[in-house]
Design a protein around this ligand. Structure first.
Ligand SMILES: [Zn+2]
Length: 281
């Protein structure tokens, strides 16, 4: 530590400035080391394919994947995003890692719930459940049941999380993930134009939420899907009223009040779901 004769300055330099710089450097080194370790671990035994210089795909070497099938799926994702007003040239460097099977998925994401289809990490890395690229399907097996989802829409959903993080900035994105997870999931479902739950099943729950017979009270998988349905419903509704992407994240909404308002407008037929038009930033 440098010796400075002025006592106050000595304290400022040796107790605040130097430890502060060391702390910041440690955080940066830790971030890059974790990033490197995570990517190396998650992409072990995979082949890498590149798409438009911004997306890297990692697929298990043992799976016989045709690159034209992969490109076809990604083209559909980009189409979806462009139609919704997203400038895909603004997409940063993104890695998409496909798990070879469900067990591999669990290892790659460390922790997941059984209904989860994919996970996006804050370093722009997506990990997805095993997929059938030729059939554009993502497969999720829960106990003895197999559920399939449209793969390009699941990827579009996850890409919206990356775009949201870039637009909001890392800390605001984390804040919204904790305080308003419905906003992050709602905007992702809205842009991707997907719904885990059939619209009629979603509305059955929406109007019977306090009913003891409501399925979401007992079925864990359904309750996760209902959360996504409700998040998209609220997002669709707000954006249909002309709210911009920025206002959507900036405004504070009383969720209960908002849901009651939507219920009323659906009953009065002054609002029809779904409504999707290009995002206004
Ligand atoms: Zn999501």
């Amino acid at each position: 530590m440098p010796k400075i004769h002025n006592k106050q300055l000595n304290f400022f330099v040796n107790k605040i400035i130097i430890p502060g710089i060391i702390g910041i450097c440690a955080v940066i080194i830790f971030f890059y080391a974790t990033n490197f370790t995570l990517t190396t671990y998650q992409t072990w035994n995979t082949t890498c394919l590149e798409y438009q210089n911004s997306v890297k795909w990692y697929v298990n070497k043992d799976l016989n994947i045709k690159s034209k099938d992969l490109f076809h799926v990604l083209n559909s994702c980009m189409d979806t995003l462009c139609k919704m007003g997203i400038d895909t040239s603004e997409l940063g460097q993104i890695k998409i890692i496909f798990a070879a099977n469900d067990k591999d998925y669990q290892w790659k994401v460390f922790f997941c719930n059984e209904a989860e289809l994919g996970k996006s990490f804050t370093n722009n890395t997506l990990v997805l459940r095993p997929s059938d690229f030729a059939g554009n399907k993502l497969i999720n097996r829960i106990k003895d049941s197999t559920y399939t989802y449209q793969l390009d829409l699941v990827i579009s959903h996850e890409l919206v999380h990356c775009i949201t993080k870039d637009k909001l900035g890392f800390f605001r994105f984390i804040y919204h993930n904790i305080r308003n997870p419905w906003k992050n999931e709602g905007i992702a479902e809205h842009i991707a134009g997907r719904s885990s739950l059939k619209t009629e099943d979603g509305f059955k729950e929406f109007f019977a939420i306090n009913d003891k017979n409501s399925l979401i009270q007992t079925d864990k998988r359904l309750s996760v899907q209902y959360f996504y349905f409700l998040s998209r419903l609220k997002t669709d509704y707000l954006l249909s009223k002309g709210i911009s992407w920025n206002e959507f994240f900036k405004n504070n909404y009383d969720e209960q009040e908002l849901e009651e308002k939507i219920k009323q407008e659906l009953k009065d037929s002054t609002y029809t779901y779904p409504t999707r038009k290009p995002i206004r930033f």
